[in-house]
Write a protein that binds this ligand. Structure first.
Ligand code: TTP
Length: 192
């Protein structure tokens, strides 16, 4: 059995390391992440995690883990900003409001798939012009759903969350541990 992380996200690698899980291989999937017409954020996120895990090549006995993190403002999905202008647009929309962050995790072993999604609420303070400008200058928004990362400088913009911090960063560790154990990964030295 090999454990394969199907993700290019350095956050997911670090979060797995936090619970002592080191992949034997990292194979980021390449799928089309375009939402379907009128697709809601939670089903979208779960679908993308499933499509990612199906797209990773692995042996029948290997365990593959993929995840997707989606920022939802009402019914609207905010993906990874394409450029600085889009990141600015996202920040202005999120400023002073509460939004949701959904992270779906999918684990596959052979033909079997285990999945969970976790939804958190996040409140962003009303952002001032200097806060927006300096955050955009930092470049930290790049590659992050909704155009911010709570674990970086944007942590100063988040006075309150309800849910799972690790899920917001990209991988809900409690649920991930359960999925790995269900799939037969020897977490806790195989004692679980
Ligand atoms: C909201 C938020 C998102 N993010 C990140 C987590 C994810 O890496 C990214 C959302 O994009 P994803 O499509 O979930 O993942 P990815 O493209 O980075 O990597 P892969 O598909 O190969 O697994 O946003 C943070 O790091 N902090 C945050 O606070």
């Amino acid at each position: 059995m090999k454990f394969i992380l199907g993700s290019a996200s350095p956050r997911r690698l670090e979060l797995l390391a936090q619970i002592g899980v080191r992949p034997d291989d990292v194979r980021p999937p390449d799928i089309d992440e375009t939402p379907r017409k009128a697709e809601l954020p939670r089903p979208y996120c779960a679908r993308i995690a499933r499509e990612k895990v199906a797209a990773v090549e692995a042996g029948d006995d290997d365990i593959v883990l993929c995840a997707d993190t989606t920022v939802a403002l009402g019914r609207r999905i905010l993906g990874k900003p394409a450029d600085r202008a889009e990141a600015e647009d996202f920040l202005r929309r999120l400023s002073g409001r509460r939004h949701r962050v959904v992270t779906a995790v999918a684990v596959r072993r052979g033909a079997r798939v285990w999945e969970r999604d976790v939804q958190s609420s996040v409140k962003m303070k009303v952002l001032s012009e200097p806060e927006i400008a300096s955050y955009l200058d930092s470049g930290d928004w790049q590659g992050k759903a909704g155009g911010y990362g709570i674990q970086g400088p944007a942590g100063a913009f988040i006075p309150w969350i309800s849910g799972s911090f690790t899920a917001i960063v990209g991988l809900p560790l409690a649920e991930t541990a359960n999925l790995l154990v269900a799939a037969g990964y020897p977490l806790y030295g195989g004692r679980a």
